[in-house]
Design a protein around this ligand. Structure first.
Ligand code: PLP
Length: 385
């Protein structure tokens, strides 16, 4: 059966060029980059090259980057490392719509006695910057706010937020896992202190990520052991992963504009047709400030899981809520924070596209989805008579 993959915010296909770049690092160039011999030394060069490729995409210095095991580790390292480096400050500000890689860490810190403020969002998933401004005080060690939401694609005005936070003397971290490779950015011109990214969201491999640490930012190491990453992150490097991530960043830097246009056109076509052909459905999230690949739609009175199962019969892969929360019967914490009514939050589906999707796949989905919605509505006990 064919697979139509509209779940690219969960993970992406590894690009062929990325895989080709990684292959020699398993059985030919398998040395340890920390070794003294020439065989190991050449691996170190591959890591340096990857660091430059990532820096090229982010517009920063290679020395400002450390490789990690992914977005979750980068987020954990940024938050815990900042607090350890600023023991006299006890307040953290975040939002109610963060990924669990940030939200769970903040809630754990709250249990340990830190003051944690979770900013709310409006019905379109937007933040009130006045509320943020009022909350930052002399006790605030860190503000951590995501660049774009993984469930709705809503983008926060991160450059403005970074300026606001750093002007007041707190450290600013952003989880940019969903943005890197989808939107261009230049860190050398920004006030962002710390930024997380993950390889598998931009057609790179899983299990590798990056934490950007702006030169001069105080951060205690989170992983302690060997001297890798200039003492900032211990552990023998995931060399194939790092090399693959470097290549994925190089490809993204070359193609970002053309791909964005293509992906946005397909996403808009899919979204418009669904909203037109299916009654009682609504778009979730600010339509103006959104990632070009993401569409989150609520189908009133039916279960998102039921829609997913029926789409799956046609090989169409989408998601209800984030991959991490699916499997639970609770509606998404992001949609709840936005005030999406219970009957709509339960029936929400996220379509997230990539450069590998085609117009034909979009047309196929537009043909298959409306009858599924009709069929499920007939069975629903909630449908308004
Ligand atoms: N942050 C966001 C916004 C994400 O979407 C994800 C993954 O879904 C993560 C963090 C976690 O990244 P990783 O899977 O690399 O640990």
């Amino acid at each position: 059966m064919r697979t139509i993959y509209f779940d690219n915010n969960a993970t992406t296909k590894v690009a062929e060029q990325v895989l080709e770049e990684m292959k020699p690092l398993f059985c030919e160039l398998y040395g340890n980059p920390s070794s003294m011999h020439t065989f190991g030394g050449q691996i170190g060069r591959r890591i340096r090259q990857a660091r430059e490729q990532v820096a090229g995409l982010l517009g920063c210095e290679p020395s400002e980057l450390i490789f990690t095991s992914g977005g979750t580790e980068s987020d954990n390292a940024a938050i815990n490392g900042t607090l350890a480096a600023a023991p006299n400050r006890r307040k953290i500000i975040t939002t109610r719509v963060e990924h669990p890689a940030v939200l769970s860490v903040c809630r754990e810190l709250e249990n340990q006695g830190y003051e944690v403020v979770e900013l709310s969002v409006d019905r379109q998933g937007r933040l009130d910057l006045t509320e943020l401004d009022e909350q930052i005080d002399d006790d605030t060690a860190l503000v951590t706010i995501m660049y774009a939401n993984n469930e709705t694609g809503v983008m926060f005005p991160i450059e403005e937020i970074a300026e606001l936070v750093t002007d007041k003397g707190a450290v600013f971290h952003t989880d940019a896992v969903q943005v890197i490779g989808k939107m261009p950015l230049s860190l050398s011109e920004s006030n962002i202190d710390l930024l997380s990214l993950s390889g598998h969201k931009l057609h790179g491999p899983k299990g590798v990520g990056v934490l950007y640490i702006r030169k001069g930012t105080r951060l205690s190491p989170y992983m302690i052991g060997g001297h890798q990453e200039a003492g900032r992150r211990a552990g023998t490097e995931n060399v194939p992963g790092i090399v693959g991530l470097g290549k994925a960043c190089e490809l993204a830097a070359e193609n970002i504009k053309a791909e964005n246009n293509k992906v946005k056109r397909l996403r808009d076509k899919l979204e418009k047709a669904i909203l037109k052909k299916c009654p009682d459905c609504q778009l979730n999230g600010d339509p103006k400030n959104r990632l070009p690949n993401t569409s989150n739609i609520s189908f009133e009175y039916i279960e998102g899981e039921a829609i997913l199962l029926m789409l799956d019969k046609y090989g169409i892969c989408a998601s209800s809520g984030s991959a991490c929360t699916s499997g639970s019967l609770e509606p998404s914490h992001v949609l709840r924070a936005m005030g999406v009514p219970f009957t709509a939050a339960h029936g929400s589906i996220r379509f997230s596209l990539s450069r590998y999707n085609s117009e034909e796949e979009v047309d196929y989905t537009i043909e298959k989805l409306p009858p599924i919605i009709n069929q499920l509505r007939k069975l629903s006990p909630f449908v308004a008579k």
